[in-house]
Ligand binder design. Sequence first.
Ligand code: ZN
Length: 286
Amino acid sequence: MTQPRVIYEAKPGSPLEVDRRLYERLAEPTGRRLVERFVVPRRTGHAWPVRAGHVFRIVAVEGPQVADLNVWSLANPRERFWASRTRQLHRAHLTTFDRLWSCLPYLRPMLTITADSIGYGRDEHGGGCHDLLGTRCDPYVHKLLNGEEFDLCCHSNLVRAVAPYHLTELDVHDVLNVFQVTGLTPDGRYFVKPSAARTGDFLEFFAEIDVLCAISVCPHGDLSVPVWGPHAGDPLATCRPLAVEIWEPAAAHLAGWAPPSPSDYSGGHGLGLREPRQDDRSGGER
Ligand SMILES: [Zn+2]
């Protein structure tokens, strides 16, 4: 049998491999200034800007709870987080030193994870924490599965959160499921386990560019109660708030960092050619 092969391999020095000493320094609390702290109540959403060079944390303040995170460039909301490519470039469950990449034609790191207090790793079922396998819960699938109207799904919480920024449902995109433990069963079905977060746990991000972030505090709470299927129950008692903290690192800790530029691919796509050659790897002109 052939062996599996990691397909998205980077050359040494690529932006996939961060300067770990730089990001360890940025994770250092010494000399930080708290810019803002707020609590997002259970079953709601909230959006907030983060300036390039600042750090923010999503914190479990009252016990386990999952959050769905969206990210846009603050200057241009067409540039937004690309969950599936991030999954391929890094892994299906993100942790410290992984980056959140933006969609085409931009393809640059928007955020870099600087600290993950959970450090879940891989469990005996192949599960991991901070999930990129799945996406947000939404009222359309909810109606499909349960036949009922429900307006507090993560998709809808994100829609309400970004409305003050003149964004709509069409801007909400595939998420990073923070604090959410998931995996695939042996026959390839998506599974969840109760959230691994405990009070005080956090996931921390460094903003590489100016971003608008939004989270939904998932109405499924800590995912310990099934919401769909024959054993469906009411997860309200497992729903808890989350806090967000935004920090400005000590200026000295930013030494050596520069905001990343969008991809410098020329953007030609072969459109100017009569018939692109299928073996053309050079990218040169003919
Ligand atoms: Zn949800």
